[in-house]
Write a protein that binds this ligand. Structure first.
Ligand code: PGA
Length: 252
């Protein structure tokens, strides 16, 4: 794992104030680790979670941002606003936003630029649908999304790429390690063509039904530098086990 590995939890539209107790439990077992650890809660919890995580190894991220710095966009949050609330990163282009809100690669790239401009790490998500995989289009679709969603002038130190096959998200269906290795190897090559040699330092995360029981196998796969974890990040015991598996893989 040349890039520093990252275990990022995506709480999606889950999390009330009471759920911060899970973060306290996670923090109690989180030693200085061989990997980075982050949770992306709903925006309403960013500030409180950042306060809880202050001085610990836990980073806090957001789940989306607007492409503009500020302005007349009722209900939206800009990257500077998220940074001000305590976020150090933001997920952009998650497949649920591409589906629910019609987000295009160009919009995702604009959001990633805005995030980096505000000093945040941009976690850019890409992944094929089941129909695309069955039609043999996975490599073409995912490489196209990568080129379209990552700004060519992206700072590698502020970039994370998450490969999340849409058919594996929240379904319990995990891509095989051969499928993951094929896509991640391609991603490293295309990212190097796209942003230059700094691509070697960009963590390539896998996402889609990562659980304590399959994490070690996924983290042992070539070119996998961590995971973006949805459902299993909501419970400190599950997410802690995934973080521990990544820490062991990083030291292996
Ligand atoms: P899941 O979600 O782990 O619940 O499949 C992953 C994601 O959407 O980031």
């Amino acid at each position: 794992m040349p890039a520093r590995p990252l275990a990022a939890g995506n709480w999606k539209m889950n999390g009330l104030g009471a759920d911060l107790a899970e973060v306290e439990t996670l923090l109690s077992g989180l030693a200085a680790s061989a990997c980075d650890v982050m949770i992306c809660p709903p925006a309403t919890l960013i500030h409180r979670m950042a306060e809880l995580a202050r001085g610990t190894a836990l980073g806090v991220g957001a789940q989306d941002c607007h492409a503009a710095q500020s302005g007349a966009h009722t209900g939206d949050l800009s990257a500077p606003i998220l940074a001000d609330a305590g976020a150090g990163a933001v997920i952009v282009g998650h497949s649920e936003r591409r589906q629910d809100h019609g987000e295009t690669d160009a919009l995702v790239a604009a959001k990633a630029s805005a995030a980096m401009g505000a000093g945040l790490r941009a976690i850019v998500c890409i992944g094929e649908t089941l129909e695309e995989r069955e039609a043999g289009q996975t490599i073409e679709v995912v490489s196209g999304q990568l080129r379209g969603s990552v700004p060519p002038d992206a700072d590698p130190a502020q970039l994370v790429v998450a490969y999340e096959p849409v058919w594996a998200i929240g379904t319990g269906k995990v891509a095989t390690t051969d499928q993951i290795a094929e896509v991640h190897g391609m991603l490293r090559t295309v990212l190097t063509e796209h942003i230059g040699a700094g691509a070697a330092d960009v963590p390539l995360l896998y996402g889609g039904s990562v659980k304590p029981g399959n994490a070690a196998e996924i983290f042992a796969t070539a070119d996998v530098d961590g995971a973006l974890v949805g459902g299993a990040s909501l419970k400190a015991s599950d997410f802690g086990a995934i973080v521990a598996a990544l820490g062991s893989a990083a030291q292996a």
